[in-house]
Design a protein around this ligand. Structure first.
Ligand code: NAD
Length: 247
């Protein structure tokens, strides 16, 4: 029986059947598929979590909202700062937890053992293992947030996602206090992320990107100029104050 006590574990790591440990410079490389007898999710645990850990978990809620549940994204967008401030100890907080778990389980259940390698919950998890492993001061959700920002920019560069949607996503990320870019993230790092992702996705990239908020599509190729353009776009957000509409 699992009793998750962080937001990230209550809505993401604790509710699937996958366990993982780091191995030889790779994040979560070894593990098992093992279903718990039950998972007990009690939002009152979150009242003692640090703000950073609340944000860390909200990053995974944002991930599943962007990949599969537009109303969940709308809920996060509307209440972002309030949810962080009161550590989800409110009706909207409970609603967010329930919706996030429901959206995750709807995605995981038909593909429990990951025989299908095109997985919407992989959104934000193509480059993030490299970020989390190599940029040692990053929490999991922060690495996912950096990946989601780059994925958003890439979707825009590839013409899959409207610029207005991309900016709405980045504003929401910043309202949650999540990073959208940081020094040290380079094209070389992205290339290594792609190389690693291909290894565990059956030899193809199968990277989820957004074609609209709440809907993913999958790509197998990204060129270096497209990566450079995406990195330049997210870097331009570093100078914008949180919550301010990007020009
Ligand atoms: N298996 C999966 O599918 C999966 C998915 C996502 C993330 N992960 C992994 O999970 C790990 C992160 O787990 P996590 O975010 O649950 O963090 P964690 O277990 O590392 O806990 C984070 C911090 O919060 C503290 N803490 C925990 N509960 C608390 C509470 N109720 N009140 C006050 N403090 C509390 C802990 O002591 C710790 O200092 C990462 O290694 C990540 O890569 C795995």
């Amino acid at each position: 029986m699992r009793l998750p006590t962080t937001l990230l574990a209550e809505i993401d790591a604790g509710i699937g059947i996958k366990t993982g440990v780091n191995f030889r410079q790779s994040k979560s490389r070894l593990g098992t598929f093992s279903a718990p007898y039950a998972v007990v999710v009690d939002p009152s645990f979150l009242s003692t979590l640090s703000d950073r850990q609340i944000r860390n978990g909200l990053s995974e809620a944002l991930k599943i909202g962007l990949a599969a549940d537009r109303p969940l994204f709308d809920l996060i967008e509307e209440h972002a700062r309030y949810l962080v401030r009161i550590k989800l100890q409110c009706e909207q907080g409970t609603d967010l937890i329930c919706r996030s778990i429901r959206a995750m389980l709807l995605e995981l259940s038909p593909n429990l053992h990951e025989r299908a390698l095109e997985r919407p919950p992989d959104y934000g998890h193509t480059f993030s293992p490299i970020f989390e492993f190599e940029l040692s001061d990053l929490e999991h959700g922060e690495a996912v947030a950096l990946d989601m920002a780059i994925s958003t920019a890439l979707a825009m560069v590839l013409g899959a996602l409207d610029t207005a949607d991309a900016e709405q996503i980045l504003v929401t990320q910043r309202d949650l206090g999540l990073p959208v870019s940081r020094p040290g993230v380079s094209t070389d790092m992205l290339l290594r992320g792609i190389h690693d992702a291909k290894k565990h996705r059956g030899g193809r990239l199968r990277m989820p990107i957004l074609c609209e908020i709440g809907q993913t599509m999958f790509i197998d190729e990204i060129s270096e100029p497209q990566m450079d353009e995406a990195l330049t776009f997210v870097s331009s957000w570093s100078s914008v104050k949180p919550g301010v509409q990007h020009a």
